[in-house]
Design a protein around this ligand. Structure first.
Ligand code: GLA
Ligand code: ZN
Length: 717
């Protein structure tokens, strides 16, 4: 199902339930929203206490009046199911709806996003309310989408959840002997005699079985997704026909979003980048990658469900957005495939936790307000770009970022318990690809690799079932696969592979990874080009491993092998242009490898493994498999990936070199490509985004790009 709206959605979360005693406010809001080109609001997200003030007593009239008023004024509604926060009466009468924390303490009533996902009472209350909402509002012409709950997250350790977990484990492994085998419970004599003994991990209980931990994470994600599915089913049972979404957020550790995405018709997410903290270019990469996670889950346009028009108030320091930042950040979402720009929130509340959170309409309530004016500008921009609505982003390059792998990497004791920098490693690969002006999909290990020419898999410590076969087939048929240090160490139960790593792929990579050196913060090593002349000229300067003598081959052998590869790209040797005097630094983790058939391109510069391989390439089938041994600096990835993409013949969106902080991406309409060029720098960038045969349809293209500015080009295909 591809969900298409008749226009880019523009607006945000609206909470008139906090203003029912101020009828004038609603009228003012409608006028101000229309002036700002707002066409959509998300309604009722935290309105349960107003919708069901007493158990079984429903009051929807106020909601209907508001939906009608909005509709008369051209504003559509994304209607929420309010399960994100429950009314007081429910917690008082049915304590089982409240969560139990990992030390087995039941929480008191309060805050939100903290209900038990298993409680039959909660599920039943939600089901009834969802059905009633669907019956009453689904066929309202003003309602265009269902916003199921809000930012599902967290875990519950109550007795109901424990039993559900045991059932889930039983369903997966059938016998307790199999559980013991998969979790390697003979370690420290922790074998289970029966399923009844299984308990969720706890700091005051079982916390040494990583297989248990991993399955608990999977269960929590599964139970959350199951809860979402039950909410959707309730809407559908009551006849709802409108599409559904649920809003995700940045890097949620509790829910595998690639799993949750399957429960909804369109993916949406809430983006709150830390603009103006650290280099803007890095924040842009970080936010851009998250947009690409959201798009790649369904390989469809997604929705930016929330973003902040002004300062966010839950961060340590609430920084104002510099003039132009709001527009640039909003259009970044569009550039990456969003069909909306929606905010939290339309109007600032008077009290409570979010009274100081940025909003389209301030407490002041008038239009001569800087943030409001900038929101009007973004609204006008989107109107000018309507023809881009629902155009697709096509990527021939992907990076793997996998939730289950993340849980496993973070839980494993060693090789670095300070920080494994998994997400950062993915971002380095992602950023290096983007730097070459190509669109990038961010996928997990369950996705097909077939749509791509080049795939990078940084730090895939755990191989999920079927992954190695997928990689092998991909390289065999001519794909270019890049793997890094700390890959293929364990299987999906966190059991170490026997017989050498990367498990099952040593022949594809042409090497065996032997040992991994973990570095303290502040320590580093260097990477240098093979045969860079740093060592004695008479000898080959590559050592196959720290224990071995010189590597038999030399750089020219590696290059010759390369030249004979069957590639659509640049057949001349892309590695020749590397400056052999340049060295790069690396930190955190240095993998040592024994080469089999792979050729070294870089070696380590220091320590007892100086001269051993640090970047290698192997020919396998029709394809190439690269191995990056260390957590190298960004410049290394930039230079290496530029060559890999060139060699593979991956087309760039723009041919020009792209300066730091400038981002290029594209969306594809019918016979048309829309090219976005954005300058995220607070200073001008020397870059002219003009391309032959294209027309500037947004912004100004000159010799330089202004600070925080966007240019959109249209190119006929
Ligand atoms: C989240 C929630 C919103 C609001 C915003 C504030 O994204 O979904 O309800 O609390 O944060 O930034
Ligand atoms: Zn529970």
């Amino acid at each position: 199902m591809s969900v298409k709206f008749d226009r880019f959605l523009y607006g945000g979360d609206y909470n008139p339930d906090q203003w029912l005693e101020y009828p004038q406010i609603l009228e003012d809001d409608i006028r101000l929203m229309k002036q700002a080109h707002i066409n959509t609001v998300s309604l009722g997200i935290f309105a349960w206490a107003k919708l069901e003030p007493e158990e079984g007593v429903y009051d929807f009239d106020w909601m209907e009046e508001i939906i009608n008023r909005l509709y008369e004024n051209g504003i559509s509604v994304n209607l929420a199911t309010p399960s994100g926060a429950r009314p007081h009466w429910m917690a008082d009468r049915y304590p089982e709806v409240l969560r139990v924390n990992e030390t087995r303490q039941r929480e008191l009533f309060g805050t939100r996003h903290n209900h038990c996902y298993t409680s039959p009472v909660y599920r039943e209350k939600v089901r009834k309310l969802n059905q009633k909402l669907a019956e009453r509002f689904d066929d309202h012409p003003g309602v265009i989408l269902w916003h199921v709950s809000n930012e599902y997250t967290g875990e519950c350790h109550c007795p109901l959840c424990q039993q559900a977990f045991r059932d889930w484990v039983k369903d997966r492994y059938h016998t307790i002997e199999e559980v013991n085998r998969r979790w390697n419970t003979s370690f420290w004599s922790h074998d289970y005699q029966s399923f009844d003994q299984i308990e969720s991990p706890s700091s005051i209980g079982e916390n040494s079985i990583q297989g248990l931990y991993l399955d608990w994470r999977r269960f929590v994600s599964h139970q959350t997704t199951d809860f979402c599915r039950a909410e959707v089913a309730a809407l559908r049972e009551a006849g709802a026909k409108k599409p559904v979404t649920t809003n995700m957020f940045y890097n949620n550790p509790f829910v595998n979003y690639y799993e949750l995405a399957d429960a909804v018709d369109i993916v949406s997410w809430d983006s709150y980048p830390f603009w103006h903290k650290g280099p803007e270019s890095q924040t842009a990469v970080n936010a851009g990658m998250q947009h690409d996670v959201m798009r790649a889950m369904k390989r469809e346009p997604f929705l930016l469900m929330e973003s902040c028009p002004g300062p966010t108030n839950w961060v340590p320091v609430s920084k104002l957005k510099r003039p132009g930042m709001l527009e640039t950040a909003s259009l970044q979402a569009i550039a990456h495939g969003s069909d909306s720009v929606l905010y939290f929130q339309i109007r600032k509340g008077r009290g409570g936790f979010e009274k100081l959170h940025g909003a389209v309409i301030d407490h002041y309530g008038k239009e001569d307000d800087r943030t409001y004016q900038e929101c009007c500008q973004v609204g006008a921009d989107l109107e000018a770009m309507q023809r881009l609505n629902h155009s697709k982003v096509e990527a021939s390059v992907a990076v793997i970022y996998d939730w289950e792998n993340r849980w496993a990497v973070e839980a494993s004791a060693g090789p670095r318990n300070e920080n494994m920098y998994y997400r950062e490693a993915v971002e380095k690969s992602y950023s290096a690809f983007r730097r070459q002006g190509v669109n990038v999909d961010v996928i997990d290990m369950t996705k097909s690799l077939e749509p791509y020419q080049v795939v990078a898999a940084p730090v895939v410590y755990m191989f999920r079932a079927g992954f190695e076969e997928k990689v092998r087939a991909f390289v065999e048929r001519g794909g270019v696969f890049i793997m890094t240090y700390w890959t293929g160490v364990v299987d999906e139960n966190d059991l170490c592979f026997l017989g050498g790593t990367p498990g099952g792929l040593m022949d594809v990579m042409g090497l065996r990874s032997t040992e991994i050196d973990a570095l303290y913060e502040g320590e580093s090593n260097t990477l240098r080009v093979v045969n860079s002349g740093v060592s004695d000229e008479d000898e080959s300067d590559v050592r196959c491993s720290p224990n071995a003598g010189s590597f038999g081959g030399d750089r020219s052998d590696a290059m010759n092998a390369h030249d004979s590869a069957m590639f659509g790209g640049d057949k001349s040797n892309v590695w020749d242009s590397l400056d052999s005097n340049v060295t790069y630094s690396c930190e955190h983790l240095c993998q040592l490898v024994d080469l089999r058939t792979a050729e070294p391109l870089f070696v380590y510069g220091e320590d007892f493994y100086a001269g051993t391989p640090a970047l290698t390439v192997n020919h396998y089938g029709e394809g190439l498999a690269y191995y990056v041994c260390a957590d190298a600096e960004q410049g290394f990835y930039d230079d290496v990936y530029a060559r890999i993409l060139k060699e593979a013949g991956v087309p760039r969106i723009l041919e020009q070199e792209i300066p730091d902080g400038v981002a290029v991406s594209s969306r594809r309409g019918e016979n048309t490509e829309y090219i976005f060029v954005q300058n995220f720098n607070p200073t001008s960038a020397a870059f002219c985004p003009e391309v032959d045969g294209s027309e500037v349809i947004f912004g100004e293209a000159g010799d330089e790009m202004k600070p925080f500015s966007t240019v959109v080009l249209e190119r006929k295909l």
